[in-house]
Design a protein around this ligand. Structure first.
Ligand SMILES: [Zn+2]
Ligand SMILES: [Zn+2]
Ligand SMILES: [Zn+2]
Length: 137
């Protein structure tokens, strides 16, 4: 999902596109990277001094509920990134900086054979580690 697709979705669902809501999309569209609520709040605070944490938090969860953002747990905390709605793939996620890298292999191709009598409804596969930059830091 990119910023434009997200705005179209918001409009379709009857949500008003405010400058603040757009700023949140810009923040997430910038990088293939997971961020926590605090990262987003710090960015929004710099753009809109005095904005309440509550407003930021509510919009963050709205975007997640609408499928604009996807989430994962890193260091026991929820992190968010733009939902990848393009061709099926998985992610390597840096546990330190949250950067993600696309992995085009899907282990389900193998696993399906082992579960031939089961009906599979979905799967989640993430690889965690350190990106090249964080390894040298
Ligand atoms: Zn992706
Ligand atoms: Zn990293
Ligand atoms: Zn897969």
């Amino acid at each position: 999902m990119n910023k434009q697709e997200a705005m179209t979705l918001l409009k379709k669902q009857g949500y008003k596109i405010t400058k603040r809501r757009e700023a949140i999309l810009i923040f997430f569209a910038k990088e293939d990277k997971y961020h926590n609520a605090k990262n987003l709040y710090e960015y929004m605070e710099a753009e809109y001094p005095g904005i309440s944490y509550d407003t930021v938090y509510r919009n963050l969860h709205l975007y997640h509920d609408l499928g604009i953002l996807e989430s994962t747990e890193l260091q026991a905390e929820k992190h968010f990134r733009m939902n990848c709605s393009d061709q099926h793939h998985h992610h390597f996620i840096c546990s330190t900086c949250g950067k993600t890298k696309k992995v085009k292999v899907c282990p389900m191709d193998e696993v399906e054979n082992m579960l031939s009598s089961y009906k599979i409804l979905g799967h989640k596969f993430e690889i965690y580690g350190l990106c090249p930059i964080c390894q040298t830091a």
